[in-house]
Design a protein around this ligand. Structure first.
Ligand code: SF4
Ligand code: SF4
Length: 331
């Protein structure tokens, strides 16, 4: 299949942007970005797709752009998009394989990949702004073989328009090659909006303070419970960022609202939520514990009996969150 045909398939699966990148050894740039100390959760990443997948001659970078919920919503907009994107990648790979392609889902250090390919901007909050999608994206990578005749030059195909200058540029806000639309220098909107003071306007993200790094754990420290206002993650810096102002917001569907209903989660009925965010995010008692915390922040005294019930729960994460929430609501 040609790049245009592959991009059309990806678009049909809900990916707004598709980059075709040369596989390269990302280790040097990744180690430089990590200053030699890569975070533990990145240890399993594929640093050299060229070496790990010799049958592939291209890395597809798939951009799942999403429209967030309103800033005051507690629903996990990113994880809903990410989970849908994960299944769309699997479906795309099945289709490509059926067409005779080598296609494997790989997990690379995305910041290194983007830096190497000169794509987008690494922002102060350590997220990637890939114009025109902003930082409201879930990103996926696939190692694939392209026909030798289909020359590769680090192209973006978005909405079926190759935006690398030569063919066409029909997208608002996209010009060849990938413009840096804003510079973070001088801006401190995300730093001011961060409830955890995790963004230093000069130094960037202080990862040990970022709430995102705690939300995938079952037990939340009290200082995190005091600051987090959304299930599974925090998107405050993205909501404040001028890079995302063109994106707008969306209403939750009825199914989404019902799945994340706090009373439902407090009663450990998490199957509908799990179907939306995936079993990895809805693991353990995480959603139930976090529902108690969110209920307290939202002053849901009507849920106090449900929360008190959990203060003797056998799972420590639920118990501690329920006690914290009860104390908040009892004040
Ligand atoms: S995700 Fe939340 S805690 Fe982390 S930097 Fe952004 S606003 Fe701060
Ligand atoms: S809010 Fe400002 S400093 Fe923060 S990521 Fe956006 S542009 Fe950069």
């Amino acid at each position: 299949m040609t790049r245009k045909e592959i991009a059309a398939l990806a678009h049909a699966r809900g990916f707004a942007g598709v980059f075709f990148l040369r596989p390269t050894n990302l280790a040097p740039i990744w180690l430089t970005l990590c200053r030699g100390a890569c975070p533990p959760h990145t240890q399993g990443l594929c640093l050299n797709p060229a070496l790990a997948h010799p049958a592939a001659n291209c890395v597809l970078l798939l951009v799942r752009a999403y429209t967030p919920f309103a800033a005051e919503s507690y629903l996990p907009g990113y994880y809903i998009a990410s989970n849908a994107g994960y299944f769309a990648v699997k479906a795309l790979i099945r289709t490509l394989a059926a067409q005779g392609h080598y296609a494997r889902h790989i997990e690379v250090p995305l910041i290194a990949l983007a830096r190497q390919a000169n794509i987008g901007t690494l922002c102060k909050n350590a997220l990637l702004d890939i114009p025109p999608f902003g930082t409201r994206t879930a990103l996926f990578t696939v190692a694939i073989d392209l026909a030798a005749s289909d020359t590769l030059a680090n192209d973006l195909i978005a909405n079926n328009v190759i935006a690398n200058g030569a063919i066409a540029n029909g997208m608002t806000g996209v010009a060849a090659p990938y413009p840096v639309r804003h510079n973070c220098a001088g801006c401190r909107d995300c730093a001011d909006a961060c409830p955890a003071q995790a963004i230093d306007p000069a130094a960037g993200l202080l990862a040990h303070k970022c709430l995102r790094n705690f939300m995938e754990k079952d037990a939340l420290p009290p200082w995190v419970m005091a600051r987090v206002t959304g299930l599974l993650g925090c998107e405050r810096c993205m909501a404040a960022c001028r890079r995302n102002r063109h994106i707008g917001i969306r209403q939750a569907t009825g199914a989404e609202s019902a799945a994340f209903d706090l009373k439902r989660l407090l009663w450990e009925n998490i199957a509908p939520a799990r179907s939306l965010v995936g079993k990895n995010m809805a693991t353990g008692k995480r959603l139930t514990a976090q529902a108690a915390v969110i209920a307290a922040h939202r002053k849901r005294t009507d849920l106090l009996p449900d929360i008190k019930r959990l203060t003797t729960h056998e799972h420590p994460a639920v118990r501690h969150a329920a006690i914290w929430a009860r104390n908040r609501l009892d004040q």
